[in-house]
Design a protein around this ligand. Structure first.
Ligand SMILES: [Zn+2]
Length: 682
């Protein structure tokens, strides 16, 4: 149940654990990570990260390694594994009222009762095979959605964009499993076309292998996979593009359940609503009306065939979504396609890590509460709160001077900054898991009940007040997010620990690393998406037509600049899709720089570090927070499915547009890092 409007800070690197022998985090500034033989004015990313890139291997079970986060992530997970191991042995060293549930879930994942798991899976498959009418189809889809299995379309529940104080029900597009809709369409003009075709071919082979494992004959598995791929391709074709999804106004289509049902009357919506216990609702918000209109034809077509394609499709989705919980051959097959072929990983990660991730995903507050008890973050929390105050003040001053804002837009922007809320470190209130029943038998059973309890609870909250204490990211994750429906930015504990923030480092170093992240999240509230939400998180555009025109003209410069960036041979960054993140990086870095100047104006400059003054430290620290090495396969997935541009882009493009950077490193105009033409917005 994902809030599709949440804007996470970074592309989620699928598991950033690095080698088990590196038990310390790297320093915030690291001379050995640099390549001082290269020129800072030619490629600053290489200058700041070149040494690290050369000397850091990507572990076999990872698709990337990140200087800033991998070691910390490894440490965090070794703590989580230790806590879970102790709970599973009945020890309660870190006191927790959820110790039994956490321990049993972990144990069920480490030593699953496979016979029992297969029995559960069989009964789920049986139910799908019995589909013979629109009613039984709708009912089966509803049961899968309650179990947290994706199929045909998605629903989610989060703050209403029309009244952010209440929860609303959203119906989204969905039902296709490759990383983005683009994967389904081979493009004859695209030099990567062969690669795409190969991916589709392997995907089809993978679906057949999974169905075969579940008891389909080889021939039937193959013909079913063919039909499933066609169905997913149709769903993908019916879905909005990534560019279209960037407009929250377009995603806001409130309608009565009766009107919604009429978009695709062949699906027995009443049956579906009844199973979800939501028949009484007045309204839902449909993010993609066309998608639901086109669904109708898909159902009519398969109905003639006694739903044979949809049945195989639902079985495939079930098996795919439970593969990690099942472990064994199911997990191995899933790894071979989604991790190895798509993202270039060489080896399955250890089961302990997978199990800790699974328990953490399903009971984040229970595990988070235990994690916080053994991680000291008080000083960091205070420091971050102080930095947030400074950066809000600086941005406020910037808005006062910005020439492309007219007065009414300026005062709305100032009001939005004033109302901007923050969550730092960890929740004040932890969610309780009283209604969740966990046993030590099978991870599959626990996974399904955790999803069912969560979904049922959320469904019962539609139309009721939003729980403002809730966090949508676990505290051990090195990441942050901005929630436009709450006008709130959130910084989990792991994001504010070293090396993102080092209380012994210079102000320049800290503002360059964590300060840029704070700025980035704040700026999200003020771009072409953010301006559609007011300070209270309601969809309420506060730009005038003139300001919008000015913004578009300035933003085009960034779109064009990004479009020229070749991430892999023939594969370019999509300037439009990445615009929000790109502007957040640009504006965030600029605001962090001004905040650093303001915060240190009363103090003498910090001591030089490795021959670099504090101003230079600010830029090196920023760049070093983005030293990332990624397998080309994983980079391709990122470019094709994620709005975040690659790491070297986030460093070089941002700094190319910043005049203080070229001054700090004496880059003369005309060098690569100091181009004549720059883009300017904030
Ligand atoms: Zn962002």
């Amino acid at each position: 149940m994902k809030n599709i409007l949440l804007i996470p800070f970074l592309f989620l690197l699928t598991s950033n654990l690095s080698h088990a022998d590196t038990k310390t985090v790297p320093p915030i500034l690291d001379e050995t990570a640099m390549d001082q033989k290269s020129s800072p004015c030619d490629n600053f990313y290489q200058y700041a990260c070149g040494g690290w890139i050369e000397n850091t291997p990507i572990p076999d079970d990872k698709s990337s390694v990140w200087r800033q986060a991998s070691s910390l992530d490894e440490i965090n997970f070794s703590i989580l594994k230790k806590i879970l191991q102790q709970y599973s042995e009945g020890q309660n060293i870190v006191p927790s009222q959820n110790a039994q549930k956490l321990g049993d879930y972990y144990q069920s994942c480490m030593k699953p009762d496979q016979t029992r798991a297969i029995q559960i899976l069989k009964s789920k498959i049986q139910r799908i095979l019995q589909i013979n009418s629109s009613q039984s189809l709708a009912n089966a889809v509803a049961q899968m959605h309650l179990d947290g299995i994706s199929a045909v379309f998605n629903f989610s529940i989060y703050s209403s964009v029309n009244d952010s104080s209440q929860y609303a029900l959203y119906f989204d597009q969905g039902g296709f499993d490759l990383p983005s809709r683009d994967y389904y369409f081979a493009n004859p003009d695209d030099p990567n076309d062969d690669k795409w075709k190969k991916t589709l071919k392997s995907y089809k082979k993978h679906i057949a292998a999974v169905l075969n494992l579940a008891g389909y004959s080889k021939a039937r598995a193959q013909s079913s996979a063919e039909a499933i791929l066609k169905l997913e391709t149709q769903l993908a074709a019916n879905a909005m593009t990534r560019e279209e999804q960037r407009n929250p106004e377009k995603l806001n289509n409130p309608m009565s359940l009766a009107a919604f049902s009429q978009l695709s009357p062949q699906f027995a919506w009443n049956e579906y609503f009844k199973a979800l216990k939501i028949s009484h609702l007045q309204q839902a918000i449909v993010t993609d009306v066309e998608f639901y209109k086109k669904l109708n034809a898909l159902i009519i077509k398969d109905k003639k065939n006694n739903f044979s394609t949809l049945k195989s499709y639902l079985i495939w989705h079930l098996l795919n979504d439970v593969s990690v919980a099942m472990g064994g051959s199911y997990e191995k097959l899933n790894f071979d396609f989604f991790s190895k072929e798509l993202r270039g990983k060489q080896q399955l990660q250890e089961r302990e890590r997978t199990c800790a991730e699974m328990v953490g995903a399903d009971m984040p507050d229970a595990l988070g509460e235990a994690f916080v008890k053994v991680t000291d973050g008080e000083k960091a929390k205070n420091e971050i709160n102080m930095m947030v105050d400074v950066i809000k003040g600086v941005f406020n001053d910037e808005l006062l001077q910005l020439s492309w804002l007219d007065e009414s837009t300026r005062s709305a922007a100032l009001e939005k900054v004033r109302l901007l809320k923050r969550k730092v470190g960890y929740p004040d209130v932890w969610k309780d898991y009283k209604s969740l029943n966990i046993t030590n038998k099978t991870a599959l059973e626990n996974f399904l009940s955790a999803n069912k309890v969560e979904n049922t609870e959320m469904l019962s909250k539609i139309g009721k007040p939003v729980d403002k204490t809730r966090w949508d990211m676990p505290v051990w994750e090195v990441n942050a997010y901005y929630d436009p429906t709450a006008n709130e930015f959130v910084f989990p504990l792991a994001q504010i620990l070293p090396p993102s923030l080092d209380l012994n480092a210079s102000a320049g170093a800290n503002w360059g690393a964590i300060g840029a992240t704070l700025g980035h999240e704040m700026i999200h509230g003020f771009d072409d998406e953010g301006h559609q939400f007011d300070g209270n998180g309601n969809l309420n555009n506060w730009w005038t037509a003139n300001v919008e025109k000015e913004f578009k003209a300035k933003a085009k410069c960034y779109v064009d600049q990004a479009n020229t960036y070749e991430a892999l041979p023939g594969l370019f960054v999509n300037g439009e899709v990445t615009l929000g993140e790109n502007l957040a990086d640009q504006g965030g870095m600029l605001t962090a720089y001004l905040a650093y100047r303001k915060a240190s104006s009363k103090n003498p400059p910090a001591k030089d570090w490795a021959g670099f003054n504090e101003e230079q430290q600010f830029f090196i620290s920023y760049a070093q927070s983005w030293c990332i090495k990624m397998r080309p396969e994983a980079l391709r997935v990122q470019i094709q499915s994620d709005p975040h541009p690659p790491a070297d882009f986030r460093v070089n493009m941002v700094l190319m547009n910043m005049l203080p950077f070229r001054k700090a490193f004496n880059c003369t105009e005309g060098t690569k890092m100091a181009p004549r033409k720059t883009c300017e917005l904030w």
